[in-house]
Design a binder for this molecule. Structure first.
Ligand code: GLU
Length: 321
């Protein structure tokens, strides 16, 4: 995607939202991000994506760091450092917002029914066309006396194409497949799509490895990079883990959260299970993170979502030492 990425050491990141205990699916994405960076001798940032004050709790972030350390998944920047917590980075998001506003790309939206799009931070829904896009500045100012607006960004009718390192070619017509999307909530909270671009650019991230559920967010983010004049990272969207009944693992599936997994497995056992799912070894034999990094190979990672072995979900999994 960009030639410098091939020459400079990779800089990756973990960007967890601390809205609950990490589960096996989160861990799978983090492990792949970590392996890719460490295999290439690169460095890693841990950024806490605590944008939503109602859902995110500092104790979840602390627990998450403890879980990553337990597994040996180290980072080089961020973590406890408050400068890497998105709740402290509003000044940077405001600066980017101001650039977009100066280009005439933002508008206030007063529709309460559109708020849910921004409340679900990684929403896949196409933003419905909004009558607020056509309000004059005077009309908008008059409406703002009654209620605070959220802000949306006006997307062009153009197609964004990119090559994902794992999933291959992907394209989206922004106006049709996405629509004008929210960048700030009416309560002042910043939206994921803006914050992630600002932070990945500000932190010099050259490689983003994350769950496949965010593939459809990437064209929006690439367009923001373009408008803001920043160089985008390379993207790798990794498979999601599914329960045997086909549902996606979520934080509410407590049976696979790190609390339960730490009771049942030693770190190397858990890494062995994940390494098998990631195509890095034929069996789930225990292995350390460092050993896995040495032989890591993207070409062995499956593209499709992975159904978790039911034994992992039952109580019959091995008890760790
Ligand atoms: N904060 C998101 C999550 O926890 C990840 C966002 C990203 O990697 O861009 O799922």
């Amino acid at each position: 995607m960009n030639e410098m990425c091939d020459i400079l050491p990779v800089k990756g990141r973990f960007a967890p939202s601390p809205s609950g205990r990490m589960h096996l699916g989160n861990l799978f994405s983090f492990l792949l991000a970590w392996l890719s960076v460490r295999h290439g001798g690169g460095s890693l940032v841990l950024r806490i994506e605590d944008l939503d004050p109602e859902r995110c709790k500092p104790e979840f972030a602390r627990q998450l760091m403890d879980d990553l350390r337990w597994l040996g998944l180290t980072w080089d920047e961020g973590g406890e450092d408050p400068a890497y917590w998105q709740s402290n980075r509003g000044r940077l998001y405001q600066a980017a917002f101001d650039v977009l506003a100066a280009k005439g790309l933002t508008y206030p939206c007063f529709c309460t029914r559109h708020q849910r799009l921004i409340e679900a931070p990684h929403s896949h829904e196409v933003s419905p066309s909004c009558p607020c896009a056509g309000l004059s500045p005077e009309q908008a100012a008059a409406r703002a006396l009654e209620r605070s607006p959220s802000y949306r960004v006006r997307v062009p009718g153009s197609t964004i194409c990119f090559t994902d390192g794992l999933q291959g070619g992907y394209s989206q017509d922004l106006a049709i497949d996405c629509g004008d999307f929210p960048i700030r909530r009416s309560d002042g909270a910043w939206a994921y799509q803006l914050a992630v671009v600002v932070d990945d650019a500000a932190m010099g991230i050259t490689q983003v490895v994350r769950g496949r559920d965010l593939l459809s967010s990437t064209p929006r983010q690439l367009w923001l990079y373009e408008v803001l004049g920043w160089k985008p990272p390379a993207f790798y969207h990794v498979p999601l883990l599914l329960a045997p009944d086909g549902r996606r693992l979520a934080k509410r599936d407590g049976d696979l959260d790190m609390g339960a997994l730490r009771q049942r497995y030693a770190p190397e056992e858990l890494l062995g299970i994940l390494a098998q799912m990631a195509g890095q070894q034929r069996t789930a034999q225990p292995i350390s993170a460092a050993d896995l990094a040495r032989s890591f190979d993207w070409s062995k990672v499956p593209k499709e979502d992975i159904t978790v072995n039911p034994v992992l979900l039952s109580n019959s999994g091995r008890k760790g030492s």
